[in-house]
Design a protein around this ligand. Structure first.
Ligand code: PEP
Length: 231
């Protein structure tokens, strides 16, 4: 079953998110194909959403509640029945400074709570330019402390240089990386990084690509619906 996920990042407010999810649910209700569809809105737009869309948190602190200014914890997620989380996104690693150690701690915390986890890995351009061996070693380091046998894990491979840039690796490069990842990860493997309406179909046909994680191109629900149709 293909998996299609939308990461809104710091875009869309509460009311736009609500109409988006309502529209998506209508579409998924009429669409009889088996697919798993996730949407990650900003924390302020989380709510109790019925329907087939699985709404998750882009981030949360590994705590029930407490003195963690600016963060949300399990209390805030469980108010809306949210049990899905994105962990390790490159913007949290590189812009917000999360370390592998803190990411692994968060992973472990939400794994123990039985959350669906979309766990992101990906290399910056300077690592890719060093060659495949270095690239794979870099990705391996992003798997340290992560239980890859967790049954509710989905891994998203997202090269940092492809996120939001309009650049993508060649299909052959995606195939090579996913092939190497598949040797150690049996969980579904998503590709992310400048997935658009017009490249999503071919990317989803690559061996060992079980779906896509989409940022910018998922902001308009009509485009995201088209990407789902292409899956
Ligand atoms: C992302 O944020 O996970 C992402 C893949 O972004 P974009 O599709 O905009 O490159």
């Amino acid at each position: 079953m293909k998996i299609v996920a939308a990461n809104f990042k710091t875009n869309h407010n509460r009311s736009i998110t609500a109409s988006y999810v309502t529209e998506l649910n209508k579409f998924l209700e009429d669409d009889k194909r088996e697919r798993k569809v996730f949407v990650f809105p900003p924390a302020t737009a989380l709510d109790n959403f019925d329907g087939k869309t699985i709404v998750g948190a882009q981030n949360a602190y590994p705590a029930q509640n407490g003195a963690f200014t600016g963060e949300i914890g399990v209390d805030q997620l469980s108010e809306f029945g949210i049990n899905t989380i994105l962990i390790g996104h490159s913007e949290r690693r590189h812009v917000l400074g999360e370390t592998q150690e803190s990411i692994a701690e968060k992973y472990e915390y939400y794994r123990e709570l039985d959350f669906n986890i979309i766990y992101c890995i990906g290399e910056p351009l300077e690592v890719r330019e060093q060659g495949n061996k270095e690239l794979l070693e870099y990705l391996d380091a992003q798997l340290v402390g992560i239980d890859l046998n967790y049954s509710k894990l989905v891994v998203a491979y997202e090269p940092v240089w492809a996120i939001g840039t309009g650049l993508t690796p060649t299909n052959h490069d995606i195939e090579l990386i996913h092939y190497s990842l598949r040797e150690k990860i049996s969980a579904p493997l998503l590709y992310g990084g400048s997935v658009k309406v017009n490249n999503s179909e071919e990317i989803m046909q690559i061996d060992n690509v079980d779906g896509v994680l989409v940022g910018g191109a998922a902001l308009h629900v009509e485009d995201f619906k088209q990407i789902i149709k292409n899956s």
